[in-house]
Design a protein around this ligand. Structure first.
Ligand code: ADP
Ligand code: MG
Ligand code: MG
Length: 251
């Protein structure tokens, strides 16, 4: 059982005018086997939370703590976070010319597990995961993120999640830019990992659409850098009907 514990997290982002406070005291606990949806209007700080958990250098932690089973995540390097079992979908958004998807995945798997996966079972696992995500086998030989469409980037993210088997996965706007078919395939991938492992998921999204496919256990409404309301799946339904206006008015 794994617990990610975010306590009173304050984060500022580096801007030309100096540091700008974005997160203003975020409290959130994600346990193994749970899916938490973070929903909120654009600019409320959702991605800032994801980047902060990923250890992005542009985001300065000005207060609070993040613990993974009691270990100080904020003191860890990006690599150490991955080895500790945290998966951050936006961790490698950059193009990596000359590095194939296949080599990239094997290198990441080896770095996280501390040993190379047995070749035969690895090749089979990759093929099965790609098949499940309806990815063409030639995709494995392409350079990472080079000329990937929006949908291919998202599938590649979920492919990583399926193969790296994280303890905590943070997915930021996994639904953005996907048509309904791709959304279904990507959601099925997330649901497969949820069913086959004990992963805890932090699913960050602006729209309620993806929550029809990936049902969360908890919903947190993010407004102005903090959680304004929390509930179960029914809260997502209310947001779908009422939007975020009610929260913005009182924020
Ligand atoms: P969300 O993901 O909820 O849309 P973000 O975390 O991306 O919100 O942004 C929160 C706020 O922080 C916004 O007002 C945004 O303009 C600001 N912000 C985020 N990153 C930067 C940055 N690199 N430089 C300047 N402002 C930023
Ligand atoms: Mg965002
Ligand atoms: Mg499960």
């Amino acid at each position: 059982m794994t617990t990610l514990e975010i306590r009173d997290l304050h984060v500022s982002v580096e801007t030309k005018e100096g540091p700008k406070p974005i997160l203003r005291g975020v409290d959130l606990t994600v346990n193994s086997g749970q899916t938490h949806a973070i929903m909120g209007p654009n600019g409320s700080g959702k991605s800032t939370l994801a980047y902060s958990l990923a250890g992005h250098p542009k985001y300065q932690i000005t207060g609070g703590s993040v613990l993974l089973d009691g270990a100080d995540v904020l003191a860890m390097s990006v690599d150490e976070r991955a080895r500790a079992g945290m998966f951050l979908a936006m961790q490698y958004p950059v193009e990596v010319p000359g590095v194939s998807v296949s080599n990239f995945l094997r290198t990441a798997k080896t770095a996280i597990d501390g040993e190379a996966p047995p070749l035969r079972s690895w090749v089979k696992d990759v093929r099965t995961a790609m098949d499940d995500l309806r990815m063409d086998p030639t995709f494995a030989e392409r350079s990472v993120n080079e000329g990937f469409s929006g949908g291919e980037k998202k599938r590649h993210e979920i492919l990583q999640m399926e193969l790296l088997k994280p303890r905590i996965a943070i997915l930021d706007e996994t639904d953005s830019g996907l048509d309904v078919d791709a959304l279904r395939v990507v959601s099925e991938g997330v649901n497969r990992v949820r069913a086959n492992t004990d992963v805890g998921v932090l699913l960050i999204t602006h729209y309620t659409r993806i929550l029809r496919y990936i049902e969360p256990d908890f919903v947190h409404v993010f407004v102005d850098g903090r959680i304004a309301e929390e509930g179960g799946p029914e809260l997502a339904e209310r947001l779908e009907n009422e939007g975020y206006d009610r929260f913005l008015a009182t924020a």
